[in-house]
Design a protein around this ligand. Sequence first.
Ligand code: ZN
Ligand code: ZN
Ligand code: ZN
Length: 278
Amino acid sequence: MQIVILGSGQDAGVPQISCNCSNCSQARKNPEAILLGPSIALLDSEKEYCYLIDASPDIKRQIELITEIIPKVKTQETIPISGIFLTHAHFGHVAGLWSLGKECIDTHGITIFCSAEMSEFLTNNHPFSHMLHRKNLILSDMKVNQKYPFEDFWITSFQVPHRDEYADTVGYVIERNKKLLYLPDLDSWTDDLIRLVESVDIALIDGSFYSKDELPGRDDVPHPPIKETMELLDPTKTEIYFTHFNHTNLILNRECKERKELLEKGFKIAVDGLKFNI
Ligand SMILES: [Zn+2]
Ligand SMILES: [Zn+2]
Ligand SMILES: [Zn+2]
């Protein structure tokens, strides 16, 4: 199976609306520097399945990209998506669900896999509650730390400390011949999470900010900066890719010395379209 990074940007992607910072300006000049909202696909074009993790605001373009790899899936007639796993209820991770409703593609029976708390959030809030009522979406609760079998892979969710204004947050480990961990958002590293990263082959982790002083006056957005994460994790044990980049992140500048240092230490930088065979 393949795992494809559909979007390596933070929730609002790069460029961000009306921002003229150097990364956003660069992305307007060079389409290769555009980063779509955070999402990955788990797919196999021969077995005809394709699951997403998270539904980003860029889902329309992301489904176009998927269609080039896998034109159809066995379970759906309208779009090549077998189901969607959700990490949490922040904008960049759920807003794309709205594109599956009556005003857009009007899907039938797309299964949403998520935690019980997340499921309660979707059930009680528009537009998701309406989409559930219309059966655009169907909910399937997943217990954390329980391994669930799918076509030819296993997936396990795990609890993540992240500001939980609407519902809780999880990350996922996908397992076939290799184990790949997806953890786009967290507030801070715990010993358990560090051990979990060390236990997998490939980890795609929160790289929102390079350093703490990147967003002056925004200390209510607590993501562990890349600079500190690199002190905690060992890239010789696990292939570690940073993803979920905020538009302010200096690591997006291909010429900067911090980017070179990061790569020299053995860490990696995710890009849209990157594929892993697991
Ligand atoms: Zn996010
Ligand atoms: Zn910007
Ligand atoms: Zn978040």
